[in-house]
Design a protein around this ligand. Structure first.
Ligand code: AMP
Ligand code: MG
Length: 400
């Protein structure tokens, strides 16, 4: 057996970041920027009102209350052509340009209409009050979003605010995923003796998409060497990555092992972890191939620990692993020394003591996906005799 970090190193070394491309903002969510975005526009583009109210000359409202003549009205999207004079006010809406001559806005909550053309303001305002200055968010020439930033929803909005319609980013890896195993049924039909439902593809497609990949679901491939070879070679010619499920265990002489062993440069690994001990990785015509084990829980855990970090590296991400917290194991963990780190499936939550507490899901065997599906974290249990209830344990947080 090899340690997990050695297996991770092998995989990560073979999966460098993909070469950056120019892409439309509409396609950029989740991508990592490969170049600084430099603003060539100011945000806001003009001085405008932060509130609904009355644009005034601050000197007129140095003492309150004061009565002013209303000479115009300006909504967002419009502009007033009136120049404000002493003793006057212009009704103004949030986001509307500050009229010529005005230098402050008094909010409508402090205004009372005396008649159509006269307003009484009962609050003072200093010059600049409730005025949002041009460029107060972004100035021309600002490196508004640096290279290495992951495009989140607010980043996307920021890029839109400076009219960055196209950005340079690491592309999504295109991934072909397939399952192997003659026992697998995926068409919803009845199960013949010895058959089971295909489970992993549906799960892996979503895990890959959630990791940011463009996914091709190749489906279940028959246990036929010629068919599998043709399928794998075609997948390698059109994709950045191939993910397979099944047929990588010790002593498993099925077609995945036979074909990949012959046509690709593979490492068949036994990793010192549980679940997901068997794992294969290699290059087929230069394309990384992840051979995940067939047991659904093992497929999930090896995806999390080995495939997902590598795909994130290809996308240019810096943080490759799930966030790790020091948790409290409310149940403790029973285990015996076996030379492996156990990735116990747990449900985690922050509780009133401010600590992240985890409880074990009911079934920890590698075929018990239904139990694992309830987990929100993986507790990292070192080799040894387990942990008493209330112990601290590292946990990788998978989701809410
Ligand atoms: P393997 O890795 O091919 O030796 O398979 C290990 C176990 O996982 C066996 O019990 C398989 O029947 C099961 N298995 C393999 N592939 C799948 C799959 N796609 N969906 C559900 N179970 C699978
Ligand atoms: Mg199999």
């Amino acid at each position: 057996m090899i340690p997990l970090d050695e297996a991770q190193r092998v995989v990560l070394d073979a999966c460098p970041p993909l070469a950056p491309v120019d892409c439309d903002l509409a396609d950029a969510i989740g991508l990592v920027l490969a170049a600084d975005v430099v603003a060539d526009e100011q945000v806001p583009p003009f001085d405008n009102s932060a509130v609904d109210g009355y644009a005034v000359i601050a000197a007129d409202v140095a003492v309150a209350p004061v009565t002013l003549e209303i000479v115009d009205e300006v909504a967002a999207g419009a502009a007033s052509t009136t120049t404000l004079l002493r003793g006057q006010a212009i009704r103004i809406m949030t986001g509307a340009p500050i009229p010529q001559g005005a230098d402050a806005v008094v909010m409508v909550e402090h205004a009372e209409l005396v008649d159509d053309r006269t307003v009484r303001l009962d609050a003072t305002a200093a010059s600049g009050a409730a005025v949002r200055l041009a460029g107060s968010d972004v100035e021309v020439g600002d490196h508004v979003v640096p290279a290495g930033t992951v495009v989140s929803a607010p980043v996307l909005g920021t890029l839109a605010s400076v009219n960055a319609c196209r950005v340079r980013a690491h592309p999504r890896p295109s991934v072909a995923v397939l399952a192997t195993g003659d026992e697998l049924v995926s068409d919803g039909g009845p199960l013949a003796p010895g058959q089971i439902r295909e489970t992993n593809l549906r799960m892996l497609v979503v895990l890959l998409e959630q990791a940011g990949c463009d996914v091709t679901n190749v489906g279940v491939v028959a246990d036929d060497e010629a068919v599998l070879e043709t399928t794998l070679r075609a997948a390698a010619s059109e994709h950045d990555v191939i993910v397979t499920s099944g047929g990588v265990s010790m002593g498993d002489y099925d077609v995945v092992k036979a074909v990949l062993g012959r046509i690709a440069d593979m490492r068949w690994m036994q990793i010192a972890i549980k679940p997901a001990k068997p794992f294969a990785f290699g290059l087929l015509d230069g394309v990384p191939v992840f051979g995940l084990p067939g047991n659904p829980v093992s497929a999930l855990v090896s995806f999390e620990l080995l495939a997902r970090p590598a795909l994130r590296r290809m996308m240019g991400m810096q943080r490759l692993m799930r966030p790790s917290v020091i948790a409290i194991s409310d149940d403790g963990v029973e285990r015996r020394p076996d030379g492996k780190v156990h990735f116990q499936r747990v449900v985690g939550a922050f509780e009133e003591d401010g600590r992240y507490h985890v409880t074990n899901v009911a079934g920890q065997a590698s075929h018990q996906l239904a139990a694992t599906a309830m987990a929100t974290a993986l507790a990292v249990v070192p080799d040894g005799d387990g942990l008493p209830a209330g112990s601290e344990v590292a946990a990788l947080v998978l989701g809410d």
